[in-house]
Write a protein that binds this ligand. Structure first.
Ligand code: FE
Ligand code: CA
Length: 524
């Protein structure tokens, strides 16, 4: 990495005035004039680059200046810095299609986002940032197919649950190397908030609470070279689960409880640091403890992705004993229609699209296990899920009923959180496993959470859960390839995450046929 003496160009008042209109409202000029020089002695792009939220004409580019990411302020004084960017058609940056200057602000942890538009559909681009004499790693990104196109084939990956102390983010090497992947969807648990130390130690070594804590934690995660490589290789669509803020939180409810003011302040810190470290648009910058993260992406007529937020608006998990009300195996509270995972506004937004979509494949990208899982092993029914959809059955049934009633084409649910690969065909009614599946659910293993475990692999061998066709508990990720007639899912795993490099392979492959919800093993 280069060490230079002069990338410490704090932005001059004149430059800021020249560029201020183009990057952000509300930048204050106070305190910029006549500042002292400081000696910067290390490379600022230690956290790599990222791109995200692609559309048919645009994409968001991201980086953050942090010469010392584990230090408060990333090792920079609280001053703004000028950052240049270049977007090119070629990796050598000879055919530059966009370039410009923006500003990294201390109040945004010196993160930088550049929102590109008018790029043209399904194009590939290379991008990089410059600060002083230092140049960032090169990123590669894409725009999506045009709105009216049904493309021959498109491939994406989905990931979740990367616990830094549990292991290296080894599966990302395979994600980064797959040149055919057009997007990566992260379904949450991008960071974990605890103090753990195992294969690696968390920084800071305590449960994170403050904005500086969350920034250091995000910075530490982004130092993983395989994670950086996967960000640099493809555009990402990110959503969060609980650990970006606090384990199993529901809106502002946490265990143990904080006062409402403490909870709001901590959530504001968590959401703010999340936004600062993700390739999300400036329009999503959180306001206090609120960040509207649920949003929609399209890949031509091939696929629509409804990316959900199952945390910020949800009812608290049920507490105490659950006595099943009837042979369904569910207790009364989880059936209550007023308990929600999504909140009324997000649910209405989702339902509107599910009723009107023209896309071939309609993806619900979300956090926690959607299809039921019977935890009884004696032929009866019992559902122990509290934090997943088995704890929010009333709302889940509304969604399933809506998919069926509206005839939503090819609904597919993508899920993180469980730290294992699963394939579940979603039964049409909560009270039994009978009937044609209403949707297909692909659940992805953790990137590293849980670490190396004795391998468990099961194929459709559970009489208590006849709709569950596959389970595997190795770390990995999921690859999905969509054509007009077939959806193919490959469950990728690595042998170990206790080491930074480990071979990846496909554990199982399943196919959904256009017009027939529910997957079957490939080759049948
Ligand atoms: Fe997790
Ligand atoms: Ca989780």
């Amino acid at each position: 990495m280069s060490i230079t003496g002069d990338w410490d160009r704090r932005i001059s008042r004149r430059t800021l005035l020249k560029t201020g209109g183009s990057f952000a409202a509300g930048v204050t000029l106070a305190g910029l004039a006549g500042g002292r020089a400081f000696a910067q002695s290390s490379y600022p792009f230690t956290l790599g680059v990222a791109s995200g939220d692609p559309s048919q004409n645009g994409v968001v580019l991201w980086t953050r200046l942090a010469p010392d990411p584990l230090a408060v302020g990333g090792g920079l004084p609280a001053e703004p810095y000028e950052v240049r960017y270049e977007v090119a058609k070629d990796e050598g940056f000879r055919k530059i299609v966009r370039h410009g200057t923006t500003v990294a602000l201390p109040e945004e942890a010196h993160s930088v986002r550049v929102e590109l538009d008018n790029l043209g559909p399904r194009h590939e681009f290379f991008y990089r940032f410059k600060a002083g004499n230092d140049i960032s790693p090169t990123g590669h990104t894409r725009t999506t197919p045009p709105g009216n196109a049904m493309v021959e084939s498109v491939t994406f990956a989905f990931v979740s649950c990367q616990n830094f102390p549990d292991g290296y983010f080894t599966p990302y090497a395979d994600v980064a190397d797959a040149a055919d992947i057009e997007a990566v969807i992260h379904l949450g648990d991008y960071i974990y908030e605890g103090p753990a130390s195992a294969v690696r130690a968390h920084a800071p070594r305590r449960e994170i609470m403050t904005l500086d804590d969350y920034r250091i934690r995000h910075g530490q995660y982004k130092t993983d070279p395989n994670l950086q490589a996967a960000h640099a290789a493809h555009p990402w669509l990110v959503t969060w689960d609980d650990h970006e803020f606090d384990n199993n939180y529901a809106d502002l409810e946490m265990d143990p409880n904080m006062t409402p003011e403490q909870a709001r302040a901590r959530r504001a810190a968590a959401y703010r640091a999340y936004w600062e470290h993700m390739p999300l648009s400036r329009a999503r910058k959180p306001v206090g403890p609120d960040l509207q993260l649920y949003r929609r992406f399209t890949w031509g007529k091939q696929a629509t992705f409804n990316v959900l937020d199952g945390r910020q608006y949800r009812s608290d998990q049920i507490a105490g004993a659950c006595t099943p009300v009837d042979s369904s195996g569910y207790c009364a509270d989880v059936l209550r229609p007023d308990r929600t995972m999504l909140g009324a506004e997000q649910r209405a937004w989702l339902f509107e699209d599910l009723a009107t979509t023209k896309a071939r494949w309609n993806v619900i990208a979300q956090q926690t296990a959607f299809a039921p899982r019977n935890t009884a092993t004696d032929g009866t029914r019992a559902f122990a899920g509290r934090d997943n959809w088995d704890g929010y059955v009333g709302e889940r049934q509304q969604i399933v009923d809506w998919l069926v009633a509206q005839g939503t084409p090819n609904p597919v649910v993508l899920t993180g959180d469980s730290h294992q690969h699963w394939l579940r065909n979603v039964p049409p009614h909560y009270s039994s496993f009978e009937g044609a599946p209403a949707a297909t659910e692909f659940m992805g293993a953790s990137v590293s959470t849980g670490g190396d475990r004795g391998t468990v692999t099961r194929f459709a061998d559970d009489p208590n859960n006849p709709h569950i066709l596959f389970q595997n508990n190795n770390c990995g990720y999921v690859r999905c390839t969509l054509t007009p007639e077939h959806w193919t899912t490959e469950y990728r795993t690595v042998t170990q995450v206790s080491v930074p490099e480990s071979p990846a392979s496909t554990k199982a492959t399943f196919v959904v046929e256009n017009g027939r919800p529910g997957a079957v093993p490939a080759g049948i």
